[in-house]
Ligand binder design. Structure first.
Ligand SMILES: Nc1ncnc2c1ncn2[C@@H]1O[C@H](COP(=O)(O)OP(=O)(O)OP(=O)(O)O)[C@@H](O)[C@H]1O
Length: 366
């Protein structure tokens, strides 16, 4: 794919191609205005840090979701470029498919496949929560599918990609409740041979790996940590950070750990499931989640190992290997817990310190 660099250049090429043929193209503003009834409020699907997302229908009848940049700024333009560049490179059944983009004047729009079941967040706590559509088999499908999508980014994409914002609102669900990992505005390309990049912290509190939240050290293992939090959220229906009395905050890991240690795994399960779950799968998911959410990045499994364990193909690592009294604090104990740490975005590798594993080998997680 042509450069979408911080220089602001956009591809001359009008279509993205893969071995299977073109999968994205450039849209005109007029086309997207027509598809979304001029970005009508009734077409609005949701709103994020980047801007609003609208449902639309193209002339051929296909349904699309159009993300429209709220306010133009260099930083917002960079986020747009990162998302388009990265989505244009990847193709996997568990990643949200890029249909194309539009750049006209200060308008920046990204066009995706429309996901009729919206986000995982909308089913756990949002507009679909009351409908109770997420039964146990669907939750397992979502866990495995989102894991497959992340594993593809870490192990099959070239260069490797870290997402940096794995969370329930970024897991979209297609008509069969298959998961699609979305929102690549914070993603980073990891140069070959690098163990991690040191960068400004982006992402969402509650999901941030401690070494990343505190020192900006980003690697695949940060996504693994976030995935662990997502797994706990998926099976418990609890938010990553809970507000208790007197302003005290508790992370989902701090809530689940004692239950696991005391052998009360069943108490972790979402009451909305009304006891309808597979006990063996539950044990597996909880153990994997806790392994992923360990404080020390080198102790976390990689995504290939995560998937093997989730599928029951690998022996679960004993919980004795999970840290119980680490000195580093989980995020809920860190200062400034809020919603999102920053909406400011950076280009991959611009101004970031890249470690090639020499002086930082002790931090290697690969
Ligand atoms: N392809 C899509 N199909 C259906 N709904 C979508 C699609 N993309 C986004 N949405 C909806 O729009 C909402 C906003 O998405 P967006 O990615 O802009 O923000 P977010 O992830 O909720 O927050 P933030 O960007 O601040 O992290 C999503 O939560 C989802 O409900």
């Amino acid at each position: 794919m042509t450069c979408f660099g911080a220089c602001g250049c956009y591809p001359g090429k009008r279509r993205g191609s893969s071995r299977r043929g073109a999968h994205w193209r450039i849209f005109t503003l007029k086309e997207l205005q027509a598809a979304t009834n001029n970005f009508n409020y009734d077409n609005k699907l949701g709103e994020g840090g980047f801007g609003s997302v609208y449902w639309g229908q193209l002339w051929d009848g296909s349904q699309i979701a159009v993300k429209r940049l709220k306010v133009w700024s260099t930083k917002a333009d960079m986020e747009f470029s990162v998302e388009v560049e990265i989505l244009g490179r990847v193709r996997h059944k568990n990643l949200l498919c890029l249909r194309g983009y539009c750049v006209e004047g200060q308008e920046r729009l990204i066009v995706y496949d429309y996901m009729p079941n919206l986000s995982l967040l909308s089913h756990l706590y949002g507009q679909f929560a009351a409908e109770g559509l997420l039964d146990w088999p669907k939750r397992m499908t979502i866990a495995l599918g989102s894991g497959e999508g992340i594993a593809y980014l870490h192990h099959l994409a070239t260069p490797r990609i870290i997402h940096r914002d794995i969370k329930a609102s970024n897991i979209l669900l297609d008509s069969d409740f298959e998961a699609r990992v979305a929102d690549f505005g914070f993603a980073k390309l990891i140069p070959d041979g690098a163990t991690h990049v040191t960068t400004r912290v982006k992402g969402t509190l509650g999901y941030l790996a401690p070494e990343y939240a505190m020192w900006g050290k980003a690697s695949e293992s940060c996504d693994v940590y976030s995935f662990g939090i997502l797994l706990l959220e998926l099976i418990s229906g609890k938010k990553p950070i809970e507000k208790l009395e007197h302003g005290v905050k508790r992370s989902i890991v701090e809530w689940a750990s004692p239950l696991l240690v005391e052998g009360k795994v069943k108490e972790i399960v979402d009451p909305k499931l009304k006891g309808m779950y597979d006990e063996e799968e539950l044990q597996r998911v909880v153990h994997v989640a806790m392994l992923c959410a360990q404080i020390a990045p080198e102790k976390r499994p990689n995504m290939v190992e995560v998937l093997e364990m989730l599928k029951g193909k690998a022996r679960n690592v004993e919980m004795s290997s999970v840290e119980k009294d680490d000195k580093v604090q989980h995020e809920s104990e860190c200062a400034g817990v809020g919603d999102e740490i920053s909406n400011e975005k950076t280009r991959p590798a611009v101004g970031d310190e890249i470690s090639n594993g020499n002086e930082t080998m002790q931090n290697s997680v690969n």
